[in-house]
Design a protein around this ligand. Sequence first.
Ligand SMILES: [Zn+2]
Length: 279
Amino acid sequence: MAEVTWEQVAPGVHVRRHEELNLNCGLVVGSERALVIDTRSYHEHGMELLAAVREVTDLEVVVVNTHAHYDHCFGNSAFRDSQIYAHSGAVDDLVRTAEIQREAIVAHMRRTDREHIARAIEMTEIVMPFYLVEEDTELDLGGRVATLMHRGRGHTDHDLVVGVPDAGVVFMGDLVEEGADPHMEDAYPLEWGATVRAFLDSDLGADSGTWVPGHGLVVDRAFVEDQASLLERLAARLRELLDAGALGVDGLVSGCRGLGLEDQTLRDAAVRALELRTP
Ligand SMILES: [Zn+2]
């Protein structure tokens, strides 16, 4: 297995990409506290991440979950002594879906012959974030701040972005994805592009050159602009097709081909667009 290490993307700002799902976790080190961004999929994974954090810093650790998908927050149980921040919508989502997510991922692990991971996820205690964010929130890490921001619905209805203004780094969670299509299953395809655009247009975004997706390689501003444009084109096309009336999922999918997204992505987006349109 390839060695997993922290990549320092700016002074005191680190990214750790994991083989499983190409998931990125972040670490921002101040002079008094360190911020960990996302906690991986289950307790042992969280413990392994915590051990990696301890190789970089002994400071008190604060945690933020970018959203309520299991791969970003089921490792919280390893950080139960820390303040864990998330958007309030993430807690609502976890209350509703944590056990459903657990069941689905355990079944998937069993189907793909990964019994030990299935067991580990079954045994993991779901630890809720309990510092809830609804407006921009600055975390003082000592000598630097990290800003938690929500700008509307996109990958979920509660995506939190973490900006490190002094370093020009933005952790986008799954609002941006590198190496795979944006993941639409719980998404708001008619709004996602505008939400990413809002971050690009923000003071923080304008000054930031390093953007960390939830999965895949660290990217630059141009990549995020391309992804915003793609999502805006998808939204415009979906809206046109919906306004033209009476199209099912298949009609929406075929109408959106040619944008450069996979059929499965278009299918998920179409299902969501139709669901969300129903009053
Ligand atoms: Zn996600």
